[in-house]
Each structure stands twice: as C-alpha cells, then as structure tokens.
Design a protein around this ligand. Structure first.
Ligand code: GDP
Ligand code: MN
Length: 378
C-alpha cells in the first residue's frame, strides 16, 4: 500500500526522524488557518501518491497569506500523473543548504533490503544514478539484525559527507532503517533529506510503501487501491482475482497458473478471453455463484470456461454455486466445465443434471474445443 507523504512522515517521526511541523488541509481556507498556526513561510504540497510533484508544480513555498491562498488554489484539484489532488499538506518551510537522497527498498536481484544513499540527487537522483553511479551508495541489509553504526557511517563518508553532518545523517539513516523494518515496508524513501542552513538534518518528503501482506498485523487498512470497475469491486469483495479483458470467453479457474494457462488456450483457439478470474483455494458455493455472475456480466461474454482442480477447492461446493446460477439466472452464455478431484462425483452429478458439458478425465484443450465449437469458432 502506497502512503501519502504526510502518513509516511508520521511513521518516520515515530522512530525519531526529524520532520517539520505540518498539517493537512482540504480547502484553501483551512490551509490559511494551518499556515497561521505554523507560522510563515510554509510549503504547500499536493498530497497525491505519484512522485515528481515538485516538477509538476505541486510544491510551492508561500511567505504570506496571499501567496498561500494562490498556491492552495492552484494545487487543489490539480492532476498529477492522472491523480487528482484533493488534499494539501502545509509544512513549515526550511532554508535548505544541501539536499541528499536516502531510501531503503527491496533488492529483488540480491534478495535483501538495500539502503541507498546519495549526497547528490535530490529531485534528480535517477539522473545521478545513470551518469555517476559511484556517487549512489548501496548497502545491503540483513533481515535478522540492524546494521552497526560504524557500517552506515562509512557509507555516508564514502558518499562524501564530512564532519558533524556525517554523524547526523548516520543517525537519521539508522532511524530510517528501523522504521523500514518496524512498519514492514517494501520501500521507504526520503528525498530530499535536507541539511538546513542551521545544520539540521530533516526529512522533507517521504515515500512509503507498506507490504500488503503485512497490513493486518500493522493494524492498517488498504486505502490506495481504487478498483477500476464495478465488476472488479464485486470481485474484490469476495476475495477473488478478476481482470476484465476484451474477448468472448470468460475464464474461471482455481489458481492463477491454471487460469493463465486456460486463458492462453482460449486465445489460441481463436475465441479470445473476455475475463480472467482466479478463485483461489477453498471457494464456497456462494462465492462461486458470485464469481460466475461477475464473469457472465462481463461485456462481450458468450461462453464461460470453468477449470477447477479439486485439491483445496471442493468440486461439490463449486458445482453447487454453478447450479444455483444456472437454475436462478438461466444464462444465455455457454458454460463448459473441466473439473476433477475432491468431491468430483457429487459435482459432476449436479452439472450433468443440468446438461452442462463437463470434461471429466480429459484436458483443458478438450474443454476449449467444445466451447469453441459451441461458439462456431473452429
Ligand atoms: P516531489 O517532487 O514529489 O518529490 O516533492 P518533494 O516533497 O520532494 O518537494 C520537491 C522539492 O521542493 C524538494 O526537492 C525541495 O527542493 C523543495 N522543498 C520541499 N520542502 C521545502 C522547504 O521546506 N523549503 C524549501 N525551500 N524547499 C522545499
Ligand atoms: Mn521528493
């Protein structure tokens, strides 16, 4: 889950990383009250999850109320990389002497988290990484123990940071690393990490991504996924993975691998998949019925291929769900089921009673052939 800047900064603040006092505002009037309470100058920042807000005009310094109102009016409602801004962050501004880059993320190639630090960069860290990769320090972290202070300090020194700043940045990086692990992040980035003219090290921005698998134990709820369509919302509500495509045949399968293989075969047959739906394991009859209704409601659907291996799934449960839809909705689309495994006899009997074509011992290719023939594709 991607967090807003103000949410990410709150996590950093809890682990002792210095951030400026700030408040969120949903209107220009509210923003003016926040700024008055914080004291000018302030920075007005668009709270959207996309990066590159600075370059898009979503970050402005305001020295008085007139400037703040102008900035707030310009930024509220602004669209940055397709994301509309409906919330402002008003932060006390600082005088920046230097801008560093600091982040921890997962290095999939190495299979470990990595601390990335650069004394150059700021908004153009990607360019520095390309033109002068030696200036971007990368330090792989253990997942079992936090690094020792001297190890991190050495990275900061090698990045070209000296003296008092070297020590302050080291302290901040150690806190950043703790925060990364404490909140089960996949990314925690501070850009810029500013050194103020008064010599303080402060996180001026935060880009935080929490591992979705850890949301429950973090006591957090997903706030960043906006399902694209009503059908996708319905699928999300029953915990199945559904993707809308453009063909004629809806694919429902138990497991993402089986669903993708089935989709490939449907596409090869010349029918083209209209949707992809992975039931996952242990789906109930009620959820099977809803999954089938979602698939049938997909625009353009003329046939549905249901491909279930009864391992964790129960063929009887699945067949009961299919039967309910056939009995209650009398769908026009042709259904073909390939299903075997746990409770197969019970499942087959229910489908046979409704004259639904079943492939019992054969292959997915056979099921696809029956469907293609039924739709007049050969
Ligand atoms: P991003 O472009 O989405 O990464 O947004 P940032 O929060 O990183 O802001 C972009 C730039 O605005 C930073 O790199 C800073 O140069 C500048 N900025 C942010 N906060 C302040 C501040 O308090 N004072 C000043 N002078 N500049 C700031
Ligand atoms: Mn930034």
């Amino acid at each position: 889950m991607r967090m807003f800047e103000y949410e990410g900064k709150e996590l950093l603040r809890r682990l002792g990383v210095a951030v400026m006092p700030e408040k969120t505002a949903a209107t220009v009037g509210e923003a003016a009250m926040c700024a008055a309470a914080l004291g000018y100058p302030v920075v007005v920042k668009a709270q959207v999850r996309a990066g590159g807000r600075g370059k898009a005009g979503g970050v402005k310094v305001a020295r008085d109320e007139a400037a703040l109102r102008a900035a707030g009016a310009a930024i509220l409602g602004m669209s940055i990389k397709g994301e509309r801004c409906s919330l402002l962050l008003i932060a006390k501004a600082v005088d920046i002497a230097r801008e560093f880059y600091a982040g921890v993320t997962l290095d999939a190639a190495v299979g470990r988290p990595v601390l990335i630090f650069s004394a150059e960069g700021g908004m153009d860290i990607e360019r520095v990484a390309e033109s002068a990769p030696e200036k971007v320090r990368k330090y792989h972290l253990s997942t079992l123990s936090l690094p020792r202070r001297h190890e991190i300090q050495e990275e900061v020194r090698l990045a070209g940071v000296e003296g008092d700043t070297q020590s302050k940045v080291t302290s901040l990086l150690l806190r950043l690393i703790s925060a990364f692990f404490t909140y089960d992040c996949t990314t925690m980035e501070i850009n810029p990490l500013a050194v103020t003219t008064a010599g303080e090290c402060i996180a001026l921005d935060a880009k935080v991504v929490i591992d979705d698998a850890a949301l429950k134990r973090q006591g957090m709820t997903q706030t960043d996924s906006v399902p694209a369509s009503d059908l996708e919302k319905r699928a999300a509500a029953i915990g199945v993975n559904y993707v809308q495509l453009r063909g004629r045949v809806a694919v429902i399968a138990g497991g993402a691998g089986l669903a993708m293989a089935s989709m490939d075969l449907v596409n090869q047959s010349g029918c083209k998949a209209a949707s992809f739906l992975d039931t996952g394991g242990g789906i109930s009859s009620a959820h099977t019925a809803e999954a089938l209704r979602i698939s049938l409601a997909t625009p353009g659907v003329e046939g549905v291929l249901i491909n279930i291996f009864g391992g964790i799934n129960n063929c009887g449960e699945v067949a009961r769900g299919i039967a309910a839809v056939v009995d209650e909705d009398r769908p026009q689309a042709m259904l073909v089921v390939k299903m075997r495994g746990y409770s197969q006899d019970e499942g087959w009997a229910m489908l046979e009673a409704r004259r639904i074509p079943i492939v019992k011992y054969g292959t997915t290719e056979e099921a696809v052939r029956i469907l293609a023939a039924g739709l007049g594709v050969s």
